[in-house]
Design a protein around this ligand. Structure first.
Ligand SMILES: NCc1[nH]cc(CCC(=O)O)c1CC(=O)O
Length: 311
């Protein structure tokens, strides 16, 4: 199957998303010299609405318009942060994942103007984050800190920090690196301190189902270990069926010997309840590992925890 001459790439129009597209273009042209790419930026509901995401459609707020452009034939390839692609439901009908790019840093980072670390923050420090996963984990271990809702893309959050709206931020290290602002990081938090979300640091390429030439071309960018990790993590979420307000964290890792493991937690928003499961795949395929870890959490009462959180 011939590689298409022109690949039109659709993505969110935030600085981070456009940096992601540049990486994809570079990898595509390296794999297929001579291919031309074009960028089709779209603004998503999640970019326009700066209030509580659960008041709009919540899940899919960062992907809906991108998927629509792909399905309408306005572009051929969509670039998504896997973290933003709902895992509780199938991909939009007529679309498939064609590749998962090699994973970036999965960790969250603290941004503090004076370079303080988490342990050095004074009581009452206002941490800007609208992530229930981040605030639950902080509440559990650092109840003296205060999380205040803050949305908007990373650049806008950094601007709000500079204006003094909050005292510190928690953001994905990978995102800050993509926008060239890793310099503002005061501490990168280990997954033991702040377990990342499902899909952290992974970019996915999505195509129309029947577009076999392009699907094959895009598959050259697939990173097999990232694919395994992402598959396990997304199946975990699929089985757990969380909602916008349910704090869930999950991190799969392929270790040096090639073994896949998955660690996951379900929290109450106040962080007081923390269900935890960690399993190795052994002979299980990645999706079955994801299912197994989800079932381990359900046995501990994850359904009751998730459903008990207002949404
Ligand atoms: N919801 C926005 C979003 N989606 C993906 C990332 C970070 C990069 C990644 O994990 O791929 C971010 C920003 C953030 O959480 O700080």
């Amino acid at each position: 199957m011939a590689v298409p001459e022109l690949i039109r790439i659709v993505s969110r129009d935030s600085p981070m998303a456009l940096a992601q597209v540049e990486r994809v273009r570079a990898e595509l042209t390296a794999a297929h010299p001579g291919v031309r790419t074009e960028v089709v930026p779209v603004r998503t509901t999640g970019d326009k609405w700066l209030g509580d995401l659960s008041q709009v459609e919540g899940k899919g707020a960062f992907t809906k318009e991108v998927d629509a452009a792909l399905l309408a034939g306005e572009a051929d390839l969509a670039v998504h942060c896997v973290k933003d692609v709902p895992a509780d439901r199938p991909l939009p009908a007529g679309t498939v994942f064609a590749a998962f790019l090699e994973r970036d840093d999965v960790r969250d980072a603290l941004v503090h103007p004076d370079g303080l670390t988490l342990d050095e923050l004074p009581p009452g420090t206002r941490i800007g984050t609208s992530s229930v996963r981040r605030s639950a984990q902080l509440a559990a271990t650092r109840p003296q800190l205060r999380c205040v809702p803050l949305r908007g893309n990373a650049n806008r959050r950094l601007a709000k920090l500079a204006e003094g709206e909050v005292d510190a931020l928690l953001l994905a290290a990978a995102g800050l690196e993509r926008i060239g602002r890793a310099d503002v990081i005061s501490e990168v938090l280990s997954p033991d301190v702040m377990l990342p979300p499902v899909g952290a640091g992974v970019l996915a390429l999505q195509c129309r189902e029947g577009d076999t030439g392009l699907i094959e071309a895009a598959a050259a960018l697939n990173h097999p270990d990232t694919h395994r990790e992402t598959t396990a993590e997304r199946m975990l979420l699929h089985v757990l069926q969380g909602h916008c307000n349910s704090p869930i964290a999950g991190l799969a890792r392929v270790d040096r010997s090639g073994e896949l493991s998955l660690r996951a937690c379900v929290f109450t928003p106040d962080g007081k309840t923390r269900l935890n499961a960690h399993e190795w795949a052994g002979r299980l395929d990645p999706a079955t590992l994801g299912t197994s870890v989800a079932v381990a959490l359900l046995r501990q009462g994850a359904r009751e925890v998730i459903d008990g959180i207002p949404h």
